[in-house]
Design a protein around this ligand. Structure first.
Ligand code: 6PG
Length: 409
């Protein structure tokens, strides 16, 4: 989650931003620390910055946003972002949560006058207020409230914004999600002529596959569907642990998806790294150069919060260049191929499936906002401009809504 706390000088960006980052368990970046020295000197001498002066500053902030987004790290940034054009320059294809600190000129001026250690003096406030274009669609906080109260209000708004759908049991979840997938495939094929899906392995998706292959089969234009995998165990495709084998048994053998549209991760190379490179070539042939963008990605999560084959503490979580890598997982079988976070977070629609009580603690921590992506990698699934829906049965959801009863990690 990328959050920018914006407002004029003296509105409390650093205080609120730091507290908000602490509450979310992520880093805080003071945007002013990225100003070129020439800008700091201008402001210290009471010279208002121009759009041209701000351009390199905004570019530096944008680069830090992209770095965090690529690896699914939440980041809170304090940045005045006074103009809509500045906010567009920062956002450009990402999905940023804007928190606008709003207050009266008198209150802000009084705060600035009490501040001695900051390069921005009270005399700059008028020019900032003249430039300020209040953001639409931001979480607007009244700076008359205490910083703690503002942070509580923002955290609650963020939590309420998540799309979490809980159903009585795994079968009910599977029915609902299978319907959503079928509808998404139909709409996408109607509008673009094809639909590229990324499937997960494990046991949770089985029932969804079965429903897509039976009750919903005729509602899906299978000849236009391309199937990929988010990860694969490095075993033969007929091995009992193969994700491809599971999909073949529960889905592929029962629908008319042309063989050329089915793109399993290769596991025949002697070297898994070569297999990863081979799959990247497959993705390039389908999506062209640049990052692959799936129309829909179906993810599971493990009791340890892993997703795809991105496991807690793995170096793979920091991969920003490659789309597919080979990993040695803390699971059986250990060697796997996995899509990386820059790909997963570019999916246009993502669904995360959590079934069973074994997932309850991890799910509670992730949705309670107290999970670190390195400890619970599924928390790093934060699609930029795509949608994300969490699907859980009651057993997996049993700890939702009680994050305060846990110690942060
Ligand atoms: C895999 C999956 C993996 C899976 C979780 C949950 O290859 O194992 O891609 O990420 O989604 O481990 O597995 P279950 O659905 O079996 O609980």
């Amino acid at each position: 989650m990328i959050i920018v706390v914006l407002g004029v000088a003296g509105s409390g960006k650093t205080t609120v931003g730091s507290l908000l980052a602490e509450a979310l368990g992520c880093a805080y970046l003071d945007g002013d620390s990225l100003h070129p020295v020439a800008n700091l000197e201008r402001m210290q001498h009471g010279v208002a910055l121009t759009d041209g002066n701000r351009a390199p500053w905004l570019a530096a902030i944008r680069e830090r946003l992209l770095a965090a987004f690529d690896v699914g790290r939440s980041l809170v940034i304090g940045c005045s972002a006074l103009k809509e054009s500045y906010r567009r320059a920062l956002e450009d294809g990402l999905s940023i949560t804007w928190v606008y600190l709003k207050g009266s000129e008198a209150l802000i001026r009084s705060r600035l006058q009490r501040r001695t250690d900051h390069f921005m003096g009270a005399d700059m406030l008028s020019s900032q207020l003249d430039e300020l274009e209040e953001p639409l669609g931001a979480i607007t906080a009244d700076i008359g409230l205490t910083p703690d109260a503002i942070v509580r209000q923002v955290v609650e708004r963020l939590r309420a914004a998540r799309d979490v759908r809980v159903f009585a049991d795994a079968d009910a979840v599977s029915h609902q999600l299978a319907e959503v997938i079928a509808a998404r495939v139909r709409r996408t094929v109607n509008s673009t002529g094809r639909c590229s899906l990324a499937l997960s392995g494990g046991s949770s998706p089985r029932r969804i596959h079965e429903l897509l292959a039976t009750r919903l089969r005729d509602r899906v234009p299978w000849t236009r569907v391309h199937l990929f995998w988010v990860d694969e165990r490095y075993v033969a495709h007929d091995h009992p642990d193969s994700n491809f084998r599971m999909a073949r048994e529960t889905l592929l053998d029962h629908v008319s998806c042309p063989p050329g549209n089915v793109h399993p991760m290769p596991t025949h190379h002697d070297d898994p790294d070569s297999a990863a490179a081979d799959y990247e070539a497959t993705l390039r042939r389908h999506f062209g150069n640049g990052w692959p963008r799936f129309d829909l990605t179906l993810l599971g999560m493990g009791p340890d919060g892993h997703t795809a084959s991105l496991f807690p503490g793995a170096a793979a979580l920091d991969e920003r260049r490659r789309a597919v890598i080979a990993v040695a997982a803390s699971a059986v079988p250990p060697v796997r191929l996995t899509l990386t976070l820059p790909v997963l977070n570019r999916s246009l629609q993502s669904h995360i499936l959590a079934l069973g009580g074994r997932k309850a603690i991890a799910l509670g921590r992730v949705l309670g906002g107290v999970a670190h992506a390195t400890i619970h990698p599924v928390a790093a699934i934060q699609p930029a401009s795509g949608s994300l829906v969490w699907w859980a049965d009651r057993a997996a959801a049993q700890r939702l809504g009680t994050p305060d009863s846990w110690e942060p990690e």
